[in-house]
Unconditional design. Sequence first.
Length: 388
Amino acid sequence: MTSAEALTAVRAVGVDTATAEDAEAMIRLLTRGGDDGSSKAACVSISYQNFRRYAALLPRTQLRSKNASWCWLVSATPMKAHERPRAQPRLQLLAGGFAGACAKTLVAPLDRARTIIQDTGWCGQRGSRKTVMGVCAKVFRGEGVAGLFRGNAVSVMKVLPCNALQFAIFNGLKEQLTRAKKQQNNNTNNASSKGVTSTAGDKYSLTLAERLASGGVAGAVSTAACYPLDALKSQMAVSGGLRGGVVAAAKQLYLEQGGIRAFYKGLGPTLVADVVGTALGFTLYDTLTAAYRERCVGGRKATPFEKGVLGGVGACCSMTVTMPLEVVMTRMRVQGICGRPVLYGSALECLRSIARKEGISSLWLGTTAAYVKIFPQLAATYFLFELA
């Protein structure tokens, strides 16, 4: 391999600031002077044997993520402000969508139990409390295994684009903000070129407000794009709701509940809940990951499993904040279907009515089911996303 080929390799992973001198330093690092009778300084290429010695010392994860060129450059050159490898939006779209679909299917029975618990029109008198296992058992007795996964096809259809958009938009915005900070710093302070940056990561890290804004935008876009599928899933999941497959249920919803507007019932509280929830979830995930790395594992990068657990914890915290809106949006979506009465004219009216007639605690109906569902779902989502 020549220095020109090494330079091409590091630029391919996004290190646009690498120079020909950097590439020559990379070659010198791996060249054993005297192997072929020449001095180390005079070598302009390396043999397969020398490169293999280097690759054998790398952790398996670095080879699997095609990061060998980046590690090689970092080892061979002074600590300069090289750019990190660019994000790959298409890969993030695929990884986010796949991770979300797998995780959603895993917890589908718990998701249906949560929807039923939040809908007071199902089994039992108002005010009675239903357990996750009790609801799952009743659904299983009445509808079999398929009943536990009712509405999951729509959930997967929704979560594929929704999670893909969330991860891609959040990571894309973070990268753009970080690049803007670096560019601004380079423009205002061009004098420091060499010997900088063991603290570059801290200097360019995003503020809390920037992380919240990135997560909020990701949540707003993904929710607005995918909400009709969410409304359809909720109406298929409750007892006495829409029947048949996805297409038949969508047709029934359109014909019986006022056309296209029926697919956007409860959009207001859902949009607020998802914007707040996504902003908090992503921000807590980043914050917990950074704190875990600094305080618990001595600076070591967290493994995908550890990041999955941290993602699940962050998701439970954000779910606690947004649970009242989750209850409101469930009630708004299912009213009026299959002869059910229309009780609420707006999300605010629904919120007040629940608090007044059923008590403040009713705004957190289904919290246990939500925790049991959301922790493994988001933990699996982050784990699979980081693994990809």
